[in-house]
Write a protein that binds this ligand. Structure first.
Ligand SMILES: Cc1ncc(COP(=O)(O)O)c(C=O)c1O
Length: 383
């Protein structure tokens, strides 16, 4: 088999479940109740408490959480939602689900690839209903400045916290700065269980909407009917099947207990990566000056200073058994977005997309594997 088809020896991300995680899922499967139910409610309570938010509503994905958050912000047909283009497509797609137009704003720089509040301000129009800030790689974007800007203009701030559970800005948890936050529990995330997401909010109205719409806006759920609390239901709006299920909730609840320890390992490895990477010529290490204590250290991005070397360097690392990825190709350059919303130029974002490489990082990564990644990168850059 050619090396490129084989599993990488050092993958981008690796998941190791503990025996108690497996037990939690097995117990749930034995319970015979698999859809939304008591374990989901318990996970929601635990997550909300750990985050310091009034409400947490577990859903099937972060994409679903973003959709519900935008709907709760009143985003509808003809509205605009300002988002970065340097993010996963879901941040923008969820606005399109609402019939809105995603308006792409620039990142600050390759050193700080987070949404630029000044560029956001320039792009506000009377149709702007929401701004979505992404805390890229687990590092806080300027949610404080954006919050002030949005409050002054009567615009909702939504946080895409897919990368940043437990991360903070000025001591305050990310996800609690805006009207609502959207978390991801996708398989390669910091708190990963395969598929899953969550809406957090301090607003009772937003929580009510998210809770209702995640299950077809029915006035009672299957669990309540099973428990004899209701025989029938009304449907009070256009809802979705964005439910999570009990095995995922049980795994989330179990893994939540190990979240801070996992993040501590990520922080140690990130600091170590920074030290090693500082010795290499020809790369920029984003957020190199950011205190890891405020970050969830989700991924280890680098930017190759020279343009047009990304494919060559990643191919060289792949030959050495090391997986890399691009976080992220610019959304505004995707064919579907160009066709639907027209051509747009965002030079800093485009350069970041053309030069970024994400290096392997996971809590149990060994120092020897880190050394291998950095040595292979040094060799690839020198060619
Ligand atoms: C920044 C960002 N937003 C949203 C999502 C979507 O998350 P999910 O796969 O849970 O829908 C992701 C996941 O890759 C992401 O990285």
């Amino acid at each position: 088999m050619p090396a490129t088809d084989a599993f990488p020896e050092i993958p981008l991300f690796d998941l190791q479940l503990r025996p108690e995680d497996l037990r939690a899922v097995a117990d749930t499967l034995r319970s015979g109740w698999l859809t939304l139910g008591p374990r989901t409610a318990e996970f929601e309570r635990a997550f909300a408490e750990q985050l310091g938010a009034r409400h947490a509503i577990a859903v099937s994905s972060c994409t679903a959480a973003l959709h519900l958050a935008y709907l709760a912000a009143g985003v509808g047909p003809g509205d605009e939602v300002i988002v970065p283009s340097f993010t996963f497509v879901a941040t923008a797609a969820a606005a399109v689900y609402c019939g809105a137009r995603p308006v792409f704003a620039e990142i600050v720089s390759r050193e700080r690839p987070s949404l630029d509040p000044q560029d956001v301000e320039r792009r506000i129009t009377p149709r702007t209903k929401a701004v979505c800030v992404v805390h890229y790689a687990g590092y806080a974007a300027a949610a404080d400045t954006l919050r002030e800007l949005c409050d002054a203009r009567g615009i909702a701030l939504i946080e895409d916290v897919a990368h940043a559970p437990s991360a903070t800005l000025g001591g305050r948890k990310l996800g609690t700065w805006g009207l609502a936050g959207a978390f991801s529990f996708f398989s390669n995330k910091v708190l990963s269980v395969g598929e899953g997401g969550l809406v957090c909010t301090d607003s009772d109205e937003v929580a009510e909407l998210a809770r209702s719409r995640r299950s077809h806006a029915m006035t009672s759920g299957t669990w309540q009917r099973h428990r004899g609390c209701a025989d029938t239901y009304d449907v009070t709006g256009l809802g979705f099947n964005y439910r999570t299920d009990e095995p995922h909730a049980a795994l989330l609840l179990s893994r939540l207990g190990g979240l801070e320890a996992d993040i501590a390992c990520r922080r140690e490895l990130t600091e170590r990566y920074r030290g090693l990477l500082a010795q290499l010529e020809g790369i920029i290490v984003p957020f190199a000056d950011a205190d890891v204590a405020g970050s969830s250290c989700y991924v280890m991005p680098i930017m190759i200073e020279a343009d047009a070397r990304q494919a060559q360097v990643s191919a060289r690392l792949r030959e050495r058994g090391i997986q890399t990825s691009i976080f992220y190709p610019s959304i505004h350059r995707f064919s579907a977005y160009r066709e639907r919303f027209g051509e747009q130029s965002l030079p800093i974002t485009e350069l970041a997309s053309r030069t970024e490489l994400t290096l392997p990082l996971y809590p149990h990564m060994t120092h020897a594997d880190q050394d291998r990644v950095v040595a292979a990168l040094a060799e690839a850059l020198a060619r």
